[in-house]
Write a protein that binds this ligand. Structure first.
Ligand SMILES: NC(=O)c1ccc[n+]([C@@H]2O[C@H](COP(=O)([O-])OP(=O)(O)OC[C@H]3O[C@@H](n4cnc5c(N)ncnc54)[C@H](O)[C@@H]3O)[C@@H](O)[C@H]2O)c1
Length: 366
């Protein structure tokens, strides 16, 4: 059992830049560890026990670079730590097959490498994972990367890696995929990160509150805008379907009564370049309370979307390592329920945290 957690990254984009720079922020400011961390330790693991041992991307300006350099490359825009002071990494970003990873609107921003064949890519990536003894793969591909995600999930199965799926392609919540991970006794955690203080957690908490207080929600929307490649990519409606499903069911799963399909809209809605990594969410809930008297509620959330995701993935990685140490394969249901929008089993957030903490304390298997 190793004290270090050997992690491979699929997609060296903004989310990963926030994870890497965030860890360095705590390294440089050790007294601030109590702020912004859900768990300082998960089992024996602190945030400093994570090593990024391999990384895969298709950006011409990222492939071939050391990881600590690649995270600052365009179109990434996380700049929390001075580039000169960032902790160095020997990991070099390796090429990946493009498949459906690069959308129409982001293509000229990413400027992808010449695509390599699937067979060649499979060989390069598997060799790199084995050479670097990577044990967990974290999927940070763009929304709509169904084929590319499945390609990497297969690679995880072939190379004996656990898989953390941060995006809305259904792997940990899909029985067929979970069975494959069970058969190999490898943990899988997903799907689609639920931000720390993101639109989903705020919306579902308020929706649950209305439900718990006996009100009936009749209409609700959640409109999200941002200015990074994630939002630009999501302008392509065909890539969005799974994101809408993931975000919508994360909210409706908390309600005891259905909302008619035409009375609920939840989704990313536009790209506003100057917002950068700032995400704005506008949430409205309309409902009926005592004696059918109507009420409505409006919320506006403004948040750095990359701090939002990194604060969650930091726990996902350490929870997955615990499962590896304990020889547990298949879906990590408690961690997924707390950390992800579309877990295999939805709980309320309070219940999910309790189950997750019981898993950490070894009082529950998964
Ligand atoms: N709060 C959040 O930020 C949040 C929450 C939930 C889900 N997510 C999801 O996490 C994912 C990552 O977000 P991000 O902001 O880092 O996106 P990003 O656009 O900044 O990064 C995506 C990276 O993937 C690379 N890529 C594209 N195709 C590839 C391929 N075939 N193989 C390897 N790499 C490829 C791109 O070059 C880029 O570096 C997105 O799907 C996003 O929706 C983010």
């Amino acid at each position: 059992m190793s004290k270090k957690i050997r992690v491979g990254i699929i997609g060296v984009g903004n989310c990963f830049a926030g994870l890497y720079q965030g860890i360095d922020y705590y390294r440089m400011n050790p007294n601030e560890k109590k702020i912004g961390l859900i768990h300082e330790f998960i089992g024996p693991y602190s945030i400093f026990d994570i090593e990024f041992t391999s990384a895969f991307d298709v950006g011409k300006n990222k492939v071939g670079k050391k990881l600590h350099e690649a995270i600052y490359e365009y179109p990434n825009m996380v700049n929390w730590i001075d580039k000169q002071k960032i902790t160095k990494s020997d990991t070099v970003v390796m090429p990946s097959p493009i498949l459906d990873g690069v959308g129409l609107f982001v293509e000229n921003k990413i400027s992808p490498i010449e695509s390599i064949s699937i067979e060649k890519a499979r060989e390069i990536i598997s060799d790199e994972i084995k050479r670097t003894k990577t044990e967990i793969l974290v999927n940070y591909l763009p929304v709509g990367s169904q084929k590319a995600t499945e390609f990497f999930a297969e690679i995880a199965l072939e190379t004996g890696c656990a898989f953390i799926n941060c995006i809305p392609v259904f792997i940990a919540s899909n029985k067929t995929w979970v069975k494959k991970f069970e058969n190999k006794n490898l943990p899988v955690l997903g799907d689609d990160i639920k931000g720390m203080i993101g639109a989903t957690i705020v919306h579902r908490s308020m929706a649950k509150l209305c439900d718990m207080r006996g009100a009936r929600i009749t209409k609700t929307y959640q409109i999200n805008v941002g200015g990074n490649t994630d939002f630009l990519n999501m302008k392509e409606q065909e890539r969005l379907e799974s994101k809408k499903i993931s975000k919508t069911q994360s909210v409706t799963s908390q309600l005891s009564q259905n909302i008619d399909e035409e009375n609920i809209y939840i989704g990313p809605s536009d790209f506003i370049p100057f917002l950068g990594n700032t995400k704005l969410a506008f949430i409205r809930i309309e409902g009926l309370m005592w004696a059918n008297i109507p009420f409505n509620l409006e919320m506006r959330l403004e948040v750095d979307d990359k701090a939002n995701s990194a604060g969650i993935v930091i726990d996902a990685i350490r929870a997955t390592k615990l499962a590896l140490d304990r020889g547990i394969g298949g879906a990590l249901v408690s961690a997924s329920a707390f950390l992800m929008k579309s877990p295999p089993i939805q709980y309320s957030d309070e219940q999910a945290l309790q189950c997750f903490n019981e898993f950490i304390a070894k009082k529950r298997e998964r």
